[in-house]
Design a protein around this ligand. Structure first.
Ligand code: SF4
Ligand code: SF4
Length: 332
């Protein structure tokens, strides 16, 4: 029988042991229904999730809710929205109680004197031209000033089909700002012309992402296996989609039998009562979903399936390490 120790040499086995201790239990929280941008293709607004629940305004209710989440076993709070930094008191309430990650467009700086080491993921949708087209603003010029050299921040670069051939310039600018970058692909939830992926484009962008990782290994937080998974939707002999997705809110999950999934995962709306179906919008067609975190988690929850060859297991370890770095469970 193949076992982890029979497949790995001592160095890889040490890496495996380091991540096998982590036991990450994440959930996602809509901190607010509001945002200071309205990006075309934002799953939150395009699916009407901003109107699914009335925002809880009483901070003490947030504090009690977070305490309950902690008691439920959550050890990673992923804060999204809307734009979480519009409600810094709520963000701070999470930070004081749980390891927390804040997804932001970077226009408002997280006060580092109050939240010194909270990991911040800054969204970026391409170069100045694409950002203006999709988000109405070149956010990089503001966010890179706000976070230059910050060791607890990175760019979450959503690559669109129009970014092909342009990623090197973007990654270089991020490196020059003293920051890291993680890449994912646009799902084009609002069907903006020329922003949906064609199969040949997915092949090309995979090669480009691999090239960025080789060229900027200290800046790009990624793995070639992740690039393969996200561009093909295939893992081992399986295809990503509703029947495989690990990031479905557990109490709402009707699937029977259930696939391997994130234990206790819930995506909460900001009334602190309503749950959303999954880590992205309930109106998204799972067949076209390119959500990076869902694909990463898909790999991570399927460890056993990867214990079939040395390379498969190493691929699994690299994806797990990537996730752990992005959420500060391992150092860069
Ligand atoms: S900044 Fe984020 S939450 Fe706000 S509209 Fe854009 S994608 Fe949506
Ligand atoms: S839209 Fe994506 S994240 Fe949501 S259930 Fe479908 S595959 Fe999973």
């Amino acid at each position: 029988m193949k076992t982890v120790s029979s497949l790995l040499d001592s160095e890889w086995y040490k890496r495996y042991k380091a991540i096998s201790k982590l036991n990450i239990r994440s959930s996602i929280y809509d901190v607010t229904n509001r945002c200071n941008l309205r990006c075309k293709g934002c799953f939150f607004f395009s699916s009407g999730e901003d109107r699914a629940a009335q925002e809880e305004m009483d901070l003490s209710r947030w504090e009690r809710f977070i305490d309950r989440e902690k008691a439920r076993g959550v050890n990673l709070a992923i804060l999204i929205g809307g734009e979480p930094t519009l409600c810094m008191d709520r963000v701070a309430a999470f930070y004081d109680r749980l390891p927390s990650f804040c997804a932001t467009n970077g226009l408002i700086k997280v006060p580092r004197e109050r939240l010194p080491d909270m990991m911040v993921g800054i969204s970026l949708w391409g170069d100045e031209e694409d950002e203006k087209l999709l988000r109405g603003k070149d956010t990089f010029s503001v966010s890179s000033r706000n976070y230059e050299g910050d060791p607890h921040a990175y760019y979450l670069y959503t690559i669109t089909p129009r970014q092909m051939g342009k990623t090197e310039r973007i990654v270089r600018r991020i490196r020059d700002a003293g920051l890291k970058v993680h890449m994912q692909l646009l799902s084009n939830d609002e069907g903006v012309d020329a922003f949906s992926w064609q199969p040949s484009q997915l092949r090309d962008i995979r090669a480009e992402m691999d090239g960025m990782l080789e060229m900027f290994p200290d800046t790009v937080i990624s793995s070639k296996y992740y690039h393969r998974i996200i561009t093909t939707g295939k893992m081992l002999d399986r295809t990503f989609g509703w029947n495989e997705c690990p990031s479905v809110t557990q109490p709402l999950d009707p699937r029977d039998p259930k696939p391997k999934h994130l234990i206790g995962f819930i995506r909460w709306a900001c009334d602190l009562k309503t749950m959303h179906r999954c880590c992205t919008s309930a109106t998204r067609d799972c067949a076209t979903c390119k959500d990076g975190a869902a694909h990463m988690s898909w790999v991570m929850v399927n460890k056993r399936a990867h214990i079939r060859s040395e390379q498969d297991l190493k691929n699994w370890i690299e994806v797990y390490e990537m996730f752990a770095k992005l959420y500060q469970f391992l150092p860069w």
